[in-house]
Design a protein around this ligand. Structure first.
Ligand SMILES: [Zn+2]
Length: 329
């Protein structure tokens, strides 16, 4: 031996030990995934809310009691909220055995978030209810995505708009774009589509220096070319969104599957089952019942955000973009 370098056989031994240790870790990860029946190719409910208020007119709005009851059901059934941005980028970091849910709020009304004089959410606004439910259900992470338009929670002064958006940002919420004037993009020119998106995009950046990552289509209507809502340029400002959300009617695909289409992500209206209406099948109570009755179709986490775990037999559905992270078992 000379010069202090290790003999070759020791290198080979170290290498073999490393490979063996990796195989052991892998095996343990597979067993852990199997134990909780992890299925990170399963479906994820993206719930759509509008206002939360007392005595709402018939339609999309919910009472604080209805909203609270739905959140408590989600907590009981082992859902953990993630944001739309986390969902579309595949950053799903929730404990093993839990299911992600995305809570989305459209139109930026004060019924969603009003801060009191100390900067706390009013108890009866949507976010006040969400924070309270999370306090009573440890592990139920209080985050959501707010799809904003120019109304900005009823605030007209820039300073107050900053207060509300900063509160959301500081608490892990994400701000999405819902167009500046809540315009139906169906039939609009590419330039009009880009103008609407860029105006709200710029406004959010000017207030909190954080660009939106996803967009919700007003009325759920896509423009003539659905890509126009994801990518575009107007007056020198370029946007590249990672997700374009519709207004109906099914759970959404896992971002790790081939079937995930960022240009048309379905959402589910929050509402009880109602006979002889769409909500008999296509609103939140009906779909949460379905996901509960069909656990193999639902996304279940293995608790490790670095891997994409699933029963081997589902392997053909993995998106090639995530093939390096797969953990079939
Ligand atoms: Zn809207």
């Amino acid at each position: 031996m000379s010069g202090g370098s290790k003999p070759k056989h020791e290198d080979a031994q170290a290498q073999a030990a490393k490979v063996a240790a990796e195989a052991k870790t892998r095996k343990a990860e597979e067993q852990a995934a199997a134990r909780v029946k992890a299925n990170e190719l399963g479906q994820i409910p993206v719930l759509m809310y509008h206002r939360v208020m007392k005595n709402p007119a018939p339609g999309d709005d919910r009472t604080p009691e209805q909203f609270r009851a739905e959140l408590e059901r989600l907590a009981r059934e082992n859902y953990v909220p993630i944001t739309a941005a986390e969902y579309v980028t595949g950053k799903i970091d929730i404990p093993a055995g839990k299911h992600p849910v995305v809570l989305t709020f459209d139109d930026a009304s004060p019924a969603q978030l009003t801060l009191d004089g100390m900067g706390r959410p009013a108890p009866d606004c949507a976010i006040g209810v969400l924070m309270d439910v999370a306090k009573k259900h440890p592990g139920f992470r209080p985050v959501a995505t707010m799809y904003v338009i120019r109304d900005l929670f009823g605030k007209t002064r820039k300073e107050e708009q900053i207060q509300v958006l900063e509160w959301l940002k500081d608490h892990g919420f994400d701000i999405g774009n819902h167009t500046h004037d809540h315009v139906n993009l169906r039939g609009k020119s590419q330039e009009e589509v880009a103008k609407q998106i860029v105006s709200m995009h710029n406004e959010v950046i000017s207030l909190i220096k954080t660009p939106p990552i996803t967009l919700a289509l007003p009325y759920g209507n896509q423009p003539k070319n659905k890509e126009w809502a994801l990518h575009g340029t107007y007056k020198g400002v370029t946007y590249n969104y990672k997700g374009e959300f519709l207004a109906g009617y099914t759970p959404a695909q896992s971002p790790f599957t081939k079937d995930f289409d960022p240009a048309g992500i379905p959402r589910i209206r929050s509402k009880e089952k109602e006979k002889n209406t769409d909500c008999a099948k296509f609103c939140s109570e009906a779909w949460l019942d379905w996901l509960k009755a069909n656990p193999n179709e639902r996304y279940t986490s293995d608790g490790n955000p670095k891997t994409v775990a699933f029963p081997k037999f589902k392997a053909p559905f993995v998106s090639p973009a995530f093939s390096a992270r797969t953990l079939p078992y």
